[in-house]
Write a new protein. Sequence first.
Length: 402
Amino acid sequence: MRYFCIWLAVGVLLLYVFTHHSSPTEPILLQHQQGVLKVNHRNEFTLFEKPFRIRSGAIHYFRVVPQYWRDRLLKMKAFGLNTIETYVPWNLHEPLPGKFDYTGILNVREFISIAQELGLYVILRPGPYICAEWEFGGMPSWLLSDKNMNVRSTYKPFMDAIYRFLDSFIAEVKSLQASKGGPIIAVQVENEYGSYGSDEEYMRLMRDAVINRGIVELLVTSDNSEGIVHGGAPGVLKTYNFQGHAKSHFSLLKRIQKNAPLMVMEFWSGWFDHWGEKYHHIHTISHLVTTFKEILNSDASFNFYVFHGGTNFGFMNGANYDDMLSLYMPTVTSYDYDAVLSESGDITDKYLELRKVMVERVLTAKEVKTLPEIPQSSKKIHYGTVKMNSSIDLLDTLIYLD
């Protein structure tokens, strides 16, 4: 799960980097000839051989009912984005070993296709660990039936399970890569691994797992300050996750990774809430706008995390655990996140203020003229009061479970 970055940790990292990483030891990018998103000699992204800034926002198809996919994506397009990013929940797509589901809210091909219809590119983040404040970080609970299971490692049963999932999932989406006429321009390897471990062999295997199954687009990793040094994979582009202090974070990233474009993969637009907390987390508009301008001043690409949060349906909300307090902190059902679009998909003041910056600082005059009109927020219905007349203790239900 994510942790707030503290300046002391950043200072230690800077000291480590300056003393141990004076020059890159690996070729900076493995760029497949067929991939359309590349890095040129001026350390910038190019798309189809033309300079390209990734202007992205996160939206998770599995947190939004399919009937609203188009509405949310159109609002992202009207904001001025050219790309959307989504995680992939392994535990929903493979609820039982070898049983895969790509229907309904899990119809990822349909979701990606709608994005393409609206002129949006796609960054895909298939894990296998996704964090995302999601149950078990997106990994299926049946992994734990193996008493020796060691997740996010080279433990063979874990890797075999990953390979089986990726065999299925990549077969489902690889024809949607930009090199094949689709909108997928980049794929992420693992997720914030540097905050968890430093097994280079594991990250190499994860990198090769997607390459060997037909992914030819640009590969990336993403990490926060806690893991940015150790979280990468050889030949894979590092990207950063943060909420503020863009200039100092990018300075660190440039020191670690020379001759590469800058990107914040998770520009945190707000934060998530835990059950029992007194207040909904709020990230002020003024601070968000200030940091956004810092990102732009650094000529960096960006992905708002999240642009639209949606809802943790069922019991799929994740949790944190505070070791010092021995405190279990489950995430609430809402994944509103104080994001740019609200949980119900409404246009917020944050959306309007950030869009002004997009129009003034990012978009060309031609792009401004062709922006879609901002769709109206959906109508709301009051369903009245629902009285609960009976209940059952959670533990009493266990006898009904297989």
